[in-house]
Design a protein around this ligand. Structure first.
Ligand SMILES: Cc1cc2nc3c(=O)[nH]c(=O)nc-3n(C[C@H](O)[C@H](O)[C@H](O)COP(=O)(O)OP(=O)(O)OC[C@H]3O[C@@H](n4cnc5c(N)ncnc54)[C@H](O)[C@@H]3O)c2cc1C
Length: 501
């Protein structure tokens, strides 16, 4: 085993697996260590949101995920068995206009395979027990194994993160009074596999996520979590009390009753050590954002570490990770907390008001659009980040000349998207300076604007219609100059030739 590597990833949950695979795909030396003897066998997080499917596409892992998925494109709301409203789940401007239901153990198995396909493998039974930052890098102490010296360490080691504890970082927040029940059940009823059910109820909220026509995941708020193992009879009593007796379970595949916390660390980086996923933020399962949020941490961090290891990054690029991702995690925690409290209320008056509001709001186009964009995670943006100019919104996929779609160009370096008719000469100096990590792509749309897209698919800069090519090139050069090292002079003169040619 290498005792000097670029990155040690701690924890082989979905976040650690995806991050390690992304780093290895780009040629970095990575060790991924996991305290357990094998991957978790539990189906835990089920919903993979459209934005996560998009990043999976850019990373090249979406096909096996889709092959394993049940696609859900409708949300129906019932209370006491009575329909309150429905929202078609159809986000615009994406190939992934549905939620992909994939049990977490299946997602992890796919990521382990994808990791192996790029030459990586998880070291099981290998627990991180110590960390020390030195001038050479981070000294990583492993239980039963030799120490490793890593340039960077990423703690993807879950809610009880050893990395976070060793760094002494706070995990601020609180716990919900109620407990949650998760149960995967088979039912005799014909489910609509494309329809998710939300059931706010005087006895406590419940949701049902279909896995196929005969199997679904029940998520319910319950009063106690320490009253023995939930069994089939318990689940059936609960489902009936929540007004959905037609969901009668014939088999209980897996069930878990647990308390939920909402917690976050405001600092996701300490020098060369980073935190991602549940190690940095946890929240209520309402909204199904947990795993998705962690995978997006990994996506945001992977290219920044890669650029730093290649000698391309200046400090603000690495520093932006914590600021950008903490802002997103904080908003997700606030949003899921509000949703949980609204769904959980046991007050008859507030419950009646909520139900009345839901039956009206689900017919309002603006509310539907907001609900869908929140759940899809398309509203994640990096406005205010030091490495973007403008609103830092997600770039939707679009037709280009070569490659044919923008998303085929993402996941590697920056992409400068130019209208096809624009003369590239104004961008020659920029291409020479940053050609090692920037590619120029022509948009097909006639009225396309000059845009700089980050490797993770967020807009770093967008020109207005009135901006000239020269001023856009200058603005982009200024922005990149604050976060990236220019190419060495020799490479620049070669590139100058290439652009001129
Ligand atoms: C019962 C349950 C139900 C859930 N349901 C949902 C849901 O419906 N929807 C949703 O979005 N999310 C859900 N979640 C949350 C979701 O599972 C997490 O958000 C997701 O697993 C986070 O992934 P992660 O990789 O950050 O951490 P984890 O999946 O927790 O992985 C962390 C890994 O690190 C390893 N590790 C820990 N310490 C060390 C160490 N010192 N050295 C080496 N390895 C270490 C652990 O063994 C573990 O394998 C659920 C979680 C649980 C527990």
């Amino acid at each position: 085993m290498d005792t000097r590597v670029d990155v040690v990833v701690v924890g082989a949950g979905p976040v650690g697996l995806f991050l390690a695979r992304e780093l290895i795909r780009h040629g970095l030396s990575v060790r991924i260590v996991e305290a357990s003897a094998h991957q978790s066998q539990h189906s835990k997080a089920l919903a993979i949101m459209p934005r996560t499917l998009e990043i999976f596409e850019s990373a090249g892992v979406v096909a096996p995920v889709l092959a394993a998925a049940n696609k859900v494109a409708d949300v129906s709301i019932f209370s006491g068995g009575r329909p309150l409203g429905a929202i078609p789940f159809s986000p615009k401007n994406t190939r992934y206009d549905y939620v992909a239901m994939v049990p977490q153990d299946v997602t992890e198995a796919i990521l382990v395979q994808e990791l192996a396909a790029v030459g990586g493998r998880v070291e099981y039974h290998t627990e991180l027990i110590g960390l020390e930052s030195t001038e050479q890098g981070v000294q990583v102490r492993l239980l039963g194994g030799a120490d490793v010296l890593a340039r960077f360490v990423v703690g993807c080691d879950g809610a009880h993160s050893t990395v976070r504890h060793l760094l002494g970082l706070p995990f601020e927040g609180g716990a919900y009074a109620q407990a949650f029940l998760l149960a995967d059940i088979d039912t005799e009823t014909d489910l609509r596999p494309g329809e998710m059910l939300l059931c706010p109820n005087a006895a406590g909220a419940m949701a049902c996520f279909p896995m196929n026509a005969k199997r679904c995941r029940i998520v319910a708020m319950v009063d106690h979590y320490d009253v023995g193992e939930p069994d089939l009879a318990y689940v059936n009593r609960l489902v009936e009390a929540r007004g959905m007796p037609q969901l009668r379970a014939t088999r209980l595949i897996w069930a878990n009753r647990f308390r939920i916390h909402h917690r976050e660390t405001p600092q996701m980086r300490d020098g060369a050590i980073f935190l991602a996923g549940d190690a940095a933020h946890i929240h209520s399962p309402f909204g199904a954002q947990g795993m998705n949020n962690g995978l997006q941490d990994a996506w945001n961090l992977a290219w920044k570490l890669r650029f730093a290891l290649a000698g391309w990054a200046k400090e603000p690029l690495l520093e932006s990770y914590s600021a950008e991702r903490h802002q997103v995690a904080h908003a997700v925690i606030r949003g899921t907390d509000a949703l949980t409290r609204v769904m959980a209320t046991r007050s008859p008056l507030l419950g009646a008001l909520r139900n009345q509001a839901l039956s009206i709001l689900t017919r309002v186009p603006a509310f539907r659009a907001l609900f869908v964009s929140r759940l899809s995670e398309f509203d994640v943006h990096y406005r205010g980040s030091t490495i973007v100019s403008g609103n830092g919104a997600r770039a939707a996929d679009e037709a280009c000349l070569t490659p044919e779609r923008l998303f085929q160009a993402l996941g590697n370096g920056y992409v400068l998207l130019l209208p096809a008719a624009l003369d590239r000469q104004a961008f020659a100096a920029l291409a020479a300076r940053y050609g090692h990590c920037l590619s120029i792509v022509n948009a097909r749309a006639e009225r396309a604007r000059i845009r700089l897209i980050r490797p993770d698919g967020y807009i770093a800069y967008e020109a207005t219609e009135a901006t000239s090519a020269t001023s856009a090139a200058r603005a982009i050069e200024r922005l990149l100059g604050e976060q990236l090292q220019a190419a060495p002079a020799a490479a620049m003169s070669e590139l100058d030739g290439a652009v001129a040619a």
